[in-house]
Design a protein around this ligand. Structure first.
Ligand code: EPZ
Length: 441
């Protein structure tokens, strides 16, 4: 197994480029199963979750051609299977998007319960609610563990046909919103989905499907309306071979991670390839800490720097669904707050257990107490290097940022978590002056 070794203390300066969004592409790749023609997906990040999605598509019978960096031609015309191989399904959370896409494609789907970061209980009841509302029979398949105790190990869906409905989600859920869209785009009639999540990756999925011929309106609001269509073939008239290309939206969370890294090292960094308004709440909280964040007018760039001698100030953060402060930025923001004078409070309103990184930051000198629904952080003058681990994807990003800001050497193990969602993070950070390398343990 490899680890990351960071010599902390370098100011990060210069230009860094953001890749396509993990949480968008893991829905768009399964969505290609709904198409009646091939398509080309661009700006695909080089991360392990993408590799798993592509492996699942190929296992189902799709033809995948790697046309160049971040660009894939995907043809699903000859897909006949509807069962996601267990070995892949359990490796990431987003494997459940294949349920919605396969149900929408052929009325059948089967997948093991998804894996992904442990953030506490991660039910899928809202996904099942949406599938059943559209006419699917859902079967929870029970497995037995080594002690003979039963648990739900897989889900099977079957619908003779899919008919539109008025769906009201009981929880603002990114995954359930995405799966409701995937299973409704080819349902008969007009479906309305209420209480939707509004994240940029939901808009991106809807934009992709509309570009390929779907009729989805309201993505990015709490109410989405979908007029079912019988075919999705872009503007390719019957028999024509025009293949449409779609570019994945920039990763809001990767951009936010680089913003915090620039600030925590008191650097001066231009982050390219972003959509500034996706970063507004992140920028606002960082500004409250005394960080300078400027969106370059009419550009896809944010400039992050810290004024000479400016001390970071404590602030409070409550995670909320978009457009609030993203839960996926909570661990990274905690590192900045650990370096901010005074007492900061973090309230984690989305996940029940997203503080595994705290123990690792304490090893580096952070002063953090956990409370019932969050954390209290007392700023310290600085962090010091230590041997730590990446507990999950964003916890891993947090210890990378802490290592960059700390004095001395930080070693990070379990970096496979980080590689699920950050492409070429070592090369990108070295490009702005970080002393970071990946070495074999
Ligand atoms: C997506 O997870 C993201 N993952 C997560 O990002 C992100 O933290 C989360 O959305 C919130 O933004 C992907 O997109 C692959 P949810 P998801 O359904 O869809 C409850 C990362 O770091 N809920 O929006 O699983 C749930 O328990 C990852 O990139 C139900 O109760 O999250 C949670 O409290 C980590 N029933 C809340 O809703 C359901 O059926 C939000 O979950 C579904 C969810």
């Amino acid at each position: 197994m490899d680890k990351l070794v960071i010599q902390g203390g370098n100011r990060l300066t210069g230009d860094i480029y953001v890749s396509g969004a993990k949480n968008s592409v893991v829905a768009i790749l399964p969505a290609t199963l709904l198409l009646d023609v091939p398509c080309i997906i661009e700006n695909v990040p080089d991360i392990s979750d993408v590799k798993i999605c592509l492996s699942i598509l190929e296992s189902l019978g799709a033809q995948i051609d790697h046309l160049g960096e971040g660009t894939y031609k995907i043809s699903c015309e000859y897909v006949r299977d509807y069962e996601v191989p267990e070995k892949y399904a359990q490796k990431m959370r987003a494997s459940y998007y294949f349920l919605g896409a396969l149900l929408g494609r052929c009325g059948r789907a089967k997948a093991a319960m998804p894996g992904g970061c442990y953030l506490g209980e991660r039910p899928i009841d809202q996904h099942l609610l949406a599938f059943e509302a559209l006419g699917a029979d859902t079967t929870l398949i029970e497995y037995k563990n080594d002690d003979g105790v039963g648990y739900v190990g897989a889900v099977e869906l079957h619908a003779k046909e899919l008919n539109a409905n008025h769906i009201t989600l009981n929880v603002v859920s990114v995954g359930a919103t995405m799966n409701a869209i995937l299973s409704a785009v080819k349902a008969h009639g007009t479906t309305v989905i209420e209480n939707c999540a509004r994240e940029p990756h939901i808009v991106d999925l809807a934009n992709f499907l509309n570009y390929m011929g779907a009729h989805i309106s309201g993505a990015g609001t709490h109410k989405i309306t979908i007029e079912g269509v019988s075919e999705l073939r872009g503007n390719a008239a019957e028999g024509s071979v025009e293949i449409r290309s779609y570019s994945v939206v920039p990763d809001q969370i990767e951009a936010g991670t680089f913003m915090i890294a620039a600030a925590a090292t008191r650097g001066d960094v231009y982050i390219h390839g972003v959509i500034p308004h996706h970063l507004r709440d992140i920028a606002d909280r960082m500004a409250e800490c005394g960080v300078e964040v400027e969106a370059i007018e009419n550009e896809d760039i944010v400039h992050v720097y810290v004024k000479e001698g400016a001390a970071f100030q404590a602030t409070n953060v409550v995670t909320e669904p978009y457009p609030g402060f993203p839960t996926d930025m909570q661990p990274q923001m905690a590192v900045l707050l650990a370096l901010s004078e005074g007492q900061s409070n973090i309230t984690e309103s989305v996940w029940e257990d997203r503080f595994k990184y705290v123990e690792e930051l304490r090893l580096m000198g952070a002063n953090i107490d956990l409370t019932r629904d969050g954390a209290i952080i007392w700023g310290v003058n600085g962090l010091h290097g230590a041997k730590v681990k990446a507990c999950d994807l964003r916890a891993g990003a947090a210890v990378v940022i802490a290592g960059l800001a700390a004095t001395g050497t930080t070693e990070i193990t379990d970096i496979h978590h980080i590689e699920r969602g950050y492409s070429h993070i070592v090369e990108k950070l070295r490009g702005i002056g970080a002393d970071i390398q990946r070495v074999s343990e």
